[in-house]
Design a protein around this ligand. Structure first.
Ligand SMILES: [Zn+2]
Ligand SMILES: [Zn+2]
Length: 334
């Protein structure tokens, strides 16, 4: 057996400051809780905004990381849905369970939702204790490094549902980042006839092609037409541009939160009977679907960059926030 490595965590201590510190051993879980050894943590735009000091919800000392998964090492006495040794992904949304949205399964829209890694401590540490109900099990055995892909892939699963991607669909995706590639993965699994990603970055386009998805630069292939679109950019300009590429009767689902996002010309929606929808977060079912995709595809599910060790997490998050990483999902392996 290898010697146990020192438990650590990564705390945000102010704009552009992250500290790696020792972490006390986890205390025994509460009756409904489980302790997870964190195996994989994803970095995304939310973490970049926190790092820069652009997020006013986060408090000094908070442990970052809302995309993460690992192996169950201890279960509380009332827990029957998880077992020691099982692989899980964490649903980082802490919800009230009482509002109308919670009652209808739309946990991501809960009016009192708090996010782990932002409002409360997250997964960028050696161990995390959570309610067993806030996890999804991974069927079979997945590459543990891929477990943090489940949360962002669930966003793509939800986007495909909101866009009504069905077998035979010809889907165009604006933006080849993690959510775009997650949407492509789910659309192919749903039996879409074709999936095309529009992406300005040439390096990203090469990676997308390596993943078996057609990648076009903006303006390329303008003669083609599609019948479903997912826009992961979400600016008024991006929505207007992709509308031009769609057949009458198509659906456009907006998944991006670009600053200053504006409505496209509504006359076009009317005259061509286009359907414009939005998507946010995911349901527990979407997370389970994503867990099955990661069990099947492992690290090949969506493009990613691996960073080994929590000690390198601050530099990795800084590099991601400054655009020096991030051509795929950045994964930190504690
Ligand atoms: Zn995220
Ligand atoms: Zn609620």
């Amino acid at each position: 057996m290898s010697a146990p490595t020192l438990a650590r965590r990564v705390a945000w201590t102010g704009a552009e400051r992250l500290v790696v510190e020792p972490r006390p051993a986890p205390t025994p879980p509460g009756p409904d809780e489980i302790v997870i050894r964190v195996e994989s943590v994803g970095v995304c735009g939310t973490d970049a905004a926190i790092w820069r000091g652009d997020n006013n919800r986060v408090r000094i000392g908070t442990i970052l990381g809302h995309e993460f998964g690992g192996t169950v090492v201890e279960v509380g006495p009332n827990v029957t849905i998880r077992t020691v040794g099982q692989q899980v992904a964490v649903d980082p949304n802490l919800v009230c369970g009482e509002c109308r949205e919670c009652a209808t399964g739309s946990r991501g829209l809960c009016r009192r939702r708090e996010l782990m890694g932002l409002d409360v401590d997250g997964g960028l540490q050696s161990y995390v204790t959570v309610d067993a109900a806030n996890t999804v099990a991974v069927p079979g055995a997945a590459d543990p490094r891929a477990l943090a892909l489940i949360e962002p892939i669930a966003v793509g699963v939800r986007a495909c549902a909101r866009a009504n991607v069905s077998p035979g669909a010809r889907l165009v995706i604006v933006g080849g980042g993690a959510i775009g590639m997650a949407s492509a993965l789910q659309a192919r699994s749903l039996g879409a006839k074709s999936v095309t990603v529009i992406e300005p970055d040439a390096v990203r386009r090469a990676t997308i092609t390596d993943h078996g998805v057609v990648a076009l630069a903006p303006g390329e292939g303008a003669a083609e037409r599609w019948d479903v679109a997912i826009d992961t950019v979400g600016s008024g300009a991006s929505v207007s541009a992709v509308m031009e590429l769609l057949e009458p009767g198509s659906t456009i689902c907006v998944a991006g939160l670009a600053k200053g996002g504006a409505l496209p010309p509504t006359e076009d929606l009317v005259r061509r009977e286009l359907t414009l929808t939005g998507t946010f977060c995911y349901t527990s079912e979407d997370l389970s679907t994503a867990a099955a995709l990661v069990a099947r595809h492992g690290l090949a599910a969506i493009p990613n960059d691996i960073v080994q060790g929590l000690n390198d997490a601050p530099a990795a998050i800084e590099a991601f926030a400054q655009g020096r990483l991030g051509r795929g999902k950045t994964l930190i392996i504690p």
